[in-house]
Design a protein around this ligand. Structure first.
Ligand SMILES: NC(=O)c1ccc[n+]([C@@H]2O[C@H](COP(=O)([O-])OP(=O)(O)OC[C@H]3O[C@@H](n4cnc5c(N)ncnc54)[C@H](OP(=O)(O)O)[C@@H]3O)[C@@H](O)[C@H]2O)c1
Length: 219
């Protein structure tokens, strides 16, 4: 399987990249980012790109892939709806539109989050925007698209959040998070489980197009 990864420098993306590099069934990974991830690996190639609303300049390098794991995303904290939609919906659909045109046999997996609002009309701004993003991704002519809706994600294997205070919370509460993962799989998963689940779903499919935390942990 040949994989394109977006968001490889982020917490979720680093976890997904780790699992892809370890999995013998993943032949190669193309990480598309705006800065280098700093990793060297025989299976990994990076494209640095500066306009995530327009992929025309790198289109020729985006064909011939089996799966895209889209882990790029921003927090809605302190953002108004227009800005959050621009960075969430516009970037994701720009990438996915290009990829679906170039790779009709591709499986596209998007990381949204628990509580995403498929009605697009609820009270929570981030949930509406992610709901619209999911709904429109599901309409694109991919072989299949799957929406991953994790709740909390515990970073494992030295992966760190970019936000210092968030990382501090992960460190202090690591034993509690591991316990939660076992007793409340609807609320907690790990970077390892997300990465492994993506690879499995891309390879074998899944009965539903939307996967909650418990689905991710079951895979
Ligand atoms: N962390 C969680 O517990 C959690 C739980 C549920 C859902 N999620 C969702 O998972 C996704 C990833 O979360 P995360 O925690 O991994 O976030 P993160 O650590 O902040 O990483 C975000 C990734 O997106 C890239 N990115 C952000 N804005 C960009 C832009 N304008 N242009 C190009 N690249 C951009 C970042 O690149 P740079 O490194 O260049 O900034 C980075 O690779 C988000 O959609 C989030 O809502 C996360």
């Amino acid at each position: 399987m040949k994989v394109i990864l977006f968001g490889a420098t982020g917490m979720v993306g680093q976890g997904v990249l780790r699992e892809c590099l370890l999995d013998a069934g993943v032949e190669s990974v193309l990480a598309v980012g705006r800065r280098p991830g700093g990793q060297q690996h025989a299976k990994l190639r990076e494209i640095l790109h500066d306009d995530f609303f327009d992929f025309a300049a790198i289109e020729s390098q985006l064909a011939g892939y089996d799966a895209c794991f889209f882990c790029l995303g921003v927090s809605s904290l302190g953002m108004d709806e227009a800005r959050y939609r621009h960075l969430t919906y516009d970037i994701t659909l720009a990438a996915a539109g290009t990829l679906s045109r170039l790779n009709p046999q591709m499986v596209f997996i998007y990381v949204s989050g628990r509580g995403t609002d498929s009605t697009e009309s609820g009270r929570l701004m981030w949930a509406r925007v992610k709901g619209k993003t999911e709904n429109d991704l599901l309409k694109l002519p991919f072989k299949a698209a799957y929406m991953f809706r994790p709740a909390g994600i515990q970073p494992l294997h030295g992966i760190r959040s970019k936000t210092a205070w968030v990382q501090a919370i992960y460190v202090v509460s690591a034993p509690l998070l591991s316990l939660l993962n076992r007793v409340a799989p609807n609320y907690m998963t790990t970077t390892e489980q997300v990465g492994r689940a993506m690879i499995r779903v891309a390879r074998d499919g899944y009965p539903t197009r939307v996967l909650e935390s418990a689905d991710i942990n079951r895979l």
